[in-house]
Design a protein around this ligand. Sequence first.
Ligand code: TYD
Length: 141
Amino acid sequence: MAKENRKKVRTIRLGKIRDKRGNLSVIEDNKLLPFTIARTYWVYDVPGGESRGGHAYHKSEEFIIALSGSFDLYIHDGKEEQTIHLDRCNKGVYIPAGTWRRMQNFATNSIALVISSTPYSPRDYIRSFDRFIQLKESNAL
Ligand code: TYD
């Protein structure tokens, strides 16, 4: 992979091992993802109309998948915003550190799987969008 593409938001397709007994997809450390996996968590039972994860990180890189159902991933890199609809459990989005992201418009019974490059640390969070933009504009993020 070209170095300049490593730290950009991008969709990554996972392989699908087809089987008449049911399909299987896999993510193995240091293959496919541009980071080493430190943590995995999932968001579920999201009531209609709620959004989750409206913040950015100083250090964490992530890979987000709709393991079940669907939701929209809103992303802002400090200059441009985009919304990516996730509705396949073999497709996810790589999000580099220093990116504002939010999960919204969850369909009933959806599960958002988040794979992260760091252990949980409240200090890694940037929870104010204004602060995020400030940090981006001053190249501190
Ligand atoms: P948070 O990331 O703040 O979710 P959201 O941005 O959607 O509100 O996490 C919600 C709560 O869960 C918060 O109190 C911290 C806790 N939490 C952990 O303890 N470990 C984790 O790895 C994560 C992601 C959250």
